[in-house]
Design a binder for this molecule. Structure first.
Ligand code: ADP
Ligand code: MG
Length: 394
């Protein structure tokens, strides 16, 4: 814990000195974390429940005011600078990382009515980019907080999360839900967050001290992911359309109970029934997982994670050989409470809850057995449940 906190402090202090060198002034620093979803997969777009956790890797931004109405940003990850005019009358995206900066400025000024000051920004992320740990939400949330701080304004965290989603949907042009910016804004050290994606009500749930989150990247991303994701969404909509003929209160699969599905599910086509069964049972599992965490019952949480994986594999059919292998390897290692695929599927990562003492052995065995099975070297990230976005004091 201490070593990892120290890493954050080192990053912030290095960023301040790099900022001085680049722009010649002192800077304020903010940090926003990436995230992993512990349980509740493919439930977000069905108005259901998810349980993300903020992780230690994230995006740091150093910022200081400029006299003019420009944002000048340099990303150390891309070794590149970009300029945004805050008074641009028709701002549009360029398919460039700076869209994430400009999108937030547009949302804050045009949609939320803030008056922003010009600024110099220096950006650094220690999250793998494009690996499903939400570096996009981390840069959005960090940018939002940095620009507001620089302009002497404050914001409600739920509002900020909505503006970040708005920026990614409407400006960057990526179809994403509220979960990622929400946890990056509202995460709490040592806690998971159960979010109701319909009402945006949330509960913080303590994660016992003795475990780490271990994220294992399969290093594969199968090409059918996007097409299948769209198909799953359409299948869920079809399920809602058919079930609502019998159950008029059903507006989303979130409104369907296990008993409803037992009674009316037999009239559904087989594949639609299976998709619905995943979503309906996954929503129950998320709530059961919250109850398990409240009792510090890691064994129960682990069983729910295992059931979630099986449901994603057999009913939702979004797993793949590599994810199944990674989960199977983990499940056989002592000190592992739970292992499941996380994210959309067809590759990407697994999330594992591992006894801290067992983590070194876990890493060794996963690397060796996964490599033996696939010829691929997995990337492994070990993290505690981290704090949501914050100013980093000098
Ligand atoms: P993920 O959110 O899974 O990491 P995305 O494709 O949604 O992947 O977002 C990645 C994009 O976010 C990058 O291509 C880049 O445009 C932007 N981004 C993330 N981190 C940084 C960074 N440190 N500097 C500049 N841009 C970043
Ligand atoms: Mg993203």
């Amino acid at each position: 814990m201490e070593a990892k906190t120290a890493t954050g402090a080192i990053i912030a202090s290095k960023l301040r000195s790099d900022f001085r060198e680049r722009y010649g002034t002192e800077a304020k620093v903010v940090r926003a974390p990436g995230r992993v979803n512990l349980i509740g997969e493919h439930t977000d777009y069905n108005d259901g429940f998810v349980m993300p956790v903020a992780i230690e890797p994230g995006v740091w931004i150093a910022i200081a005011p400029r006299a003019d109405r420009k944002l000048r940003a340099y990303s150390q990850n891309f070794s590149e600078s970009a300029e945004v005019d805050l008074d641009e009358s028709h701002p549009r995206p360029h398919g460039h990382w700076s869209d994430y900066v400009q999108g937030l400025a547009v949302m804050l000024q045009k949609n939320a009515g803030y008056q922003l000051r010009g600024a110099n920004l220096l950006i650094f992320g220690d999250l793998p980019i494009g690996s499903g740990l939400s570096s996009s939400a981390a840069i959005e949330v960090a940018t939002g907080l940095a620009l507001l701080e620089n302009s002497g304004s404050t914001i409600n965290r739920v509002e900020l999360a909505k503006l970040c989603r708005g920026s990614e949907n409407e400006f960057v042009g990526a179809h994403v839900g509220i979960m990622d910016p929400f946890i990056s804004c509202n995460g709490r050290a040592g806690h998971a967050l159960m979010l109701d994606c319909r009402s945006l009500d949330y509960r913080l749930l303590p994660i016992p001290d003795g475990v780490d989150l271990v994220i294992c990247n399969t290093m594969v991303k199968h090409a059918l992911a996007t097409g299948e994701y769209n198909t799953r969404r359409a299948e869920c909509e079809e399920g809602v359309r058919r079930l609502s003929q019998r159950l008029p209160h059903v507006l989303a699969l979130r409104d369907v109970s296990v008993e409803d599905l037992d009674r009316y599910g037999k009239d559904l086509p087989e594949n639609i029934y299976k998709r619905c069964r995943h979503v309906v049972t996954e929503n129950v599992r998320v709530r059961d997982a919250a109850a398990a965490l409240e009792k510090a019952d890691l064994a129960a949480l682990g069983r729910l994670m295992a059931e979630s994986h099986v449901s994603l594999k057999d009913d939702y059919e979004v797993s793949c050989l590599e994810l199944d292998l990674m989960v199977d390897i983990a499940a056989q290692i002592d000190g592992v409470y739970g292992a499941r695929m996380t994210g959309g599927g067809f590759g990407g990562s697994t999330v594992n809850l591992v006894d801290k003492k067992a983590v070194p052995d876990f890493q060794r065995r996963v690397v060796s057995e996964y490599e033996k099975g696939t010829g691929l070297m997995p990337q492994i990230i070990v993290s505690t449940a981290a704090e949501g976005a914050r100013d980093v004091e000098a």
